[in-house]
Design a protein around this ligand. Structure first.
Ligand code: HXC
Length: 542
């Protein structure tokens, strides 16, 4: 006859804390099979022990399990590899084992959709990466690839498990390899919630988006001590690789979050806009079409073509209310990228920002937008571009740092994108930047311009000074002549009609019509299918 098992919840009911239960069972000489399982589960939950959990909380950080609980739909987490242990026998580690080792892995749902998660546990050897830790991460990445669902990594680790040496480095490489194989197949999101240093930074770096928590997380290849030894610079961890540095200076982080809870909320919000994998489209939310005119758009762009305005006002009024999620907000502020919904459908937005550097394209703007365009293209998210660009930023700083090859990144990214692509020119579309910003010539599907748009090789004054130089110099009143020629050039070229006559612009529309035109056009493009020429892969100018 089989043994009667006592339900787990009854076995634990009399203990307030996991540690009390463990204490009790440790002193009990014989355990039933169910009690033994329960004990092991309780042990795994306690990870590195209550004092380390308390220390984690004291730093203002959550534990690996608490983070998972916040991230996933309630009760949806299924753990994989809960009893896995490290195998190191060196430096006394044969006497120190923790069930699950230093990472918690598994799957669950966010807004009802499957995701795979790993959450590094700082309470076990500082979340450091052992061979077993790496295997657990690789296992869920393999599952994610096979089953077509996103991978979310919650990073909080002291790096390679020092006691394991090269085995740990090998584990990292196994993860980097999978990150790369999975790139473009399933979305990969990384949240940095503690230390992330040395080569360990390269796994998040390969993933699609990095979110960092302010004041408690940092990323660097070499820490402050090494920096001091090598360059004699004194710098804190925060100033070297904190959230604010990476979200504004280096561009490594896409989102900077005030605390862990807001970081997890941002991850969940991001999930609303992205599909499960490269074969699917993002979720579609119910939307009832109504009066889609937005009259307020008519007054956003100032009459004076040189006066700045905030393109976010346009974006927010065109998108469904309160759906714009800006990415990379504090980096290369002259271009804006982010997700939003249009009539319930996810789109990626790329927009020049006239209120910062007049919306010029520069190296950082190009890198930022190119990576975003490629993410959207890889995951079937249609692209909407708002264009108001006076050209590329001139100067030695830009030229010497490679505006040529960096600017080409954005050009290349748009050229290769096969998702539905629409551009709205809100004011200036000058020079090479006109071509780059999703022009018809590089594969955009529909291009609109507002009536005040200026589509030209350059601004009227610059153009007049070059082509009428002799006439202006010879004139009795050069100032007057210049003005006359500027106006002549403006009449001829500083409008959207030359481009519209040639079909480069599909329609000149009133700003208030923009939303309804875009809803109709994206709907029309819904089944767009383009096959790229057969190749192994292109060679984007990296
Ligand atoms: C093993 C580690 C560890 C590691 C921390 N611990 N890092 N154990 N391997 N890499 C252990 C500590 O011994 C300690 O154990 C516990 O984790 C918490 O660490 P503390 O130092 O007490 O915490 P804190 O003061 O918050 O400092 C965290 C830290 C520091 C800044 C991360 O621990 C640290 O500098 N660790 C070493 C970082 C490092 O150099 N890693 C290797 C980088 S090279 P107890 O038992 O006391 O709780 C690398 C190469 C990767 O990662 C290459 C990939 C290609």
């Amino acid at each position: 006859m089989g043994r009667a098992f006592v339900p787990l919840h009854l076995l634990t009911a009399s203990f307030k804390k996991t540690s009390d239960f463990l204490m009790q069972t440790t002193t009990t000489p014989t355990l039933t099979a169910a009690e033994h399982l329960l004990k092991k589960n309780a042990e795994a939950l306690l990870a590195g022990g209550q004092s380390r959990i308390d220390a984690q909380h004291k730093k203002g950080k959550l534990t690996a399990r608490e983070r998972i609980d916040l991230l996933l739909d309630e009760g949806s987490f299924e753990e994989i590899g809960k009893f896995v242990m490290h195998r190191c026998k060196d430096f006394g580690l044969d006497k120190e084992h923790y069930l699950g080792d230093s990472v918690i892995t598994g799957y669950g749902t966010i807004h009802g959709r499957l995701v795979y998660v790993f959450s590094q546990d700082f309470t076990v050897f500082g979340g450091s990466l052992s061979e077993a830790h790496a295997e657990k991460v690789c296992r869920i990445m393999d599952l994610a690839m096979k089953n077509g669902a996103p991978v979310i990594g919650l990073n909080d680790s002291g790096g390679a498990r020092i006691q394991e040496g090269v085995v740990s480095l090998a584990g990292y490489a196994d993860i980097f390899y999978r990150n790369t194989q999975a790139s473009g197949v399933v979305p990969q999101l990384s949240a940095i919630m503690g230390p992330c240093a040395g080569g360990a930074v390269y796994s998040p770096a390969i993933t699609d988006f990095i979110l960092m928590v302010e004041n408690t997380s940092y990323m660097f290849v070499t820490g402050p001590n090494v920096v001091k030894t090598v360059t004699h610079e004194e710098v804190s961890s925060e100033d070297l690789g904190g959230a604010s540095v990476h979200s504004s200076k280096s561009g490594v982080a896409h989102v900077s979050c005030a605390n862990e809870v807001s970081c997890i909320n941002d991850l969940k919000r991001m999930m609303r806009y992205i599909p499960q994998n490269c074969e699917e489209i993002a979720p579609i939310y119910p939307y009832q079409l109504g009066d889609e005119r937005r009259e307020s758009l008519n007054s956003v762009v100032p009459e004076n073509a040189n006066q700045p305005y905030d393109i976010r006002e346009v974006i927010e009024q065109v998108l469904d209310s309160e759906t714009f999620m800006e990415i990379h907000k504090d980096y290369a502020e002259n271009i804006i990228v982010g997700f939003g919904l249009l009539a319930g459908r996810s789109i990626g937005i790329v927009a020049n920002q006239p209120s910062h550097l007049a919306g010029c394209l520069d190296i950082n703007a190009s890198k930022k937008a190119a990576r975003f365009v490629r993410f959207c293209d890889a995951f079937n998210i249609p692209l909407l571009v708002f264009e108001d660009v006076p050209g590329f930023l001139p100067g030695t700083e830009q030229e010497w740092n490679g505006i040529i090859s960096n600017g080409a990144k954005l050009l290349y990214a748009f050229c290769e994108a096969t998702v539905p692509r629409i551009t709205v020119i809100t004011r200036k579309a000058y020079g090479g930047a006109y071509d780059v910003m999703n022009s018809k010539h590089i594969g955009a599907d529909m291009n609109y311009a507002w009536p005040n748009a200026e589509i030209a090789v350059m601004g009227a004054k610059g153009a007049a000074e070059i082509i009428f130089r002799k006439e202006i110099t010879a004139a009795a009143n050069p100032e007057e002549k210049l003005q006359e020629k500027v106006e002549e050039y403006q009449r001829k070229f500083a409008n959207p009609y030359r481009a519209a006559h040639r079909g480069y612009i599909d329609e000149v529309i009133m700003p208030e019509q923009t939303r309804q035109k875009l809803i109709a056009a994206f709907k029309m493009l819904e089944n767009k299918a383009v096959s790229a020429p057969r190749k192994k892969h292109g060679n984007i100018p990296l």
